[in-house]
Design a protein around this ligand. Structure first.
Ligand SMILES: *[C@@H]1O[C@H](CO)[C@@H](O)[C@H](O)[C@H]1NC(C)=O
Length: 186
């Protein structure tokens, strides 16, 4: 038993060695020169389809009283909505809005949006922005915060102005124009 314990100790020490070495760095904190800020404006159309055979947003949760609520309070949807160049759903695909939105208002329709807008076109392919905030979806014009980003939009912050371009009141399907202003680094 003692021999086995010794072998196990050696094995675990050997396994620990590479870690010990990789942490031997010059300094734990490093300052780099500030980079230049820039502002980017993005304009695209968001297609949210909740009806039909191939919805792009599906309800994944609800509260016991969601159906009794005039605002469907407590309903949560998972979306993978196309973002296109023009209001035409068949226009050029620029990316996808992936994430959650849920009904967070009891007396007026107020959605909480938690979504990544992941771009797939041109130089922005692979870059994304994160939107987190209230979307008063029945108001013709609303604003949501951009709280971060990846790729070319690393450390982004800004705002998105959303306007309903088209809405089918019976199904809830909508096409929304987005005009996003983000500050990020060159
Ligand atoms: C988009 O937003 C920017 C910044 O808020 C604004 O200057 C520009 O006029 C807007 N464009 C449209 C088409 O609304």
């Amino acid at each position: 038993m003692a021999k086995l314990g010794g072998i196990l100790l050696i094995i675990s020490l050997a396994a620990a060695m590479p870690w010990a070495q990789s942490f031997r760095v010059q300094s734990w904190a490093a300052r780099v020169e500030g980079k230049q800020e820039m502002v980017t404006n993005l304009q695209f159309y968001f297609h949210d389809t909740v009806s039909g055979k191939n919805p792009s947003a599906i309800r994944v949760a609800k509260a016991p009283d969601t159906e009794k609520s005039p605002t469907l309070f407590g309903a949560i949807l998972m979306a993978d909505d196309p973002l296109t160049e023009s209001p035409d759903p068949n226009s050029k695909l620029l990316g996808r809005a992936q994430g959650l939105y849920g009904s967070a208002g009891q007396t007026e329709l107020g959605l909480i949006m938690a979504m990544s807008f992941c771009f797939t076109d041109g130089k922005y392919d692979g870059s994304s922005i994160s939107i987190l905030g209230k979307n008063s979806a029945l108001t013709p014009v609303r604003e949501m915060p951009v709280v971060g980003g990846t790729g070319l939009f690393r450390l982004a912050r800004g705002y998105a102005i959303a306007k309903t371009h088209w809405l089918d009141i019976t199904t809830g399907d909508a096409i929304v124009s987005y005009n996003v202003t983000v500050v990020h680094y060159v």
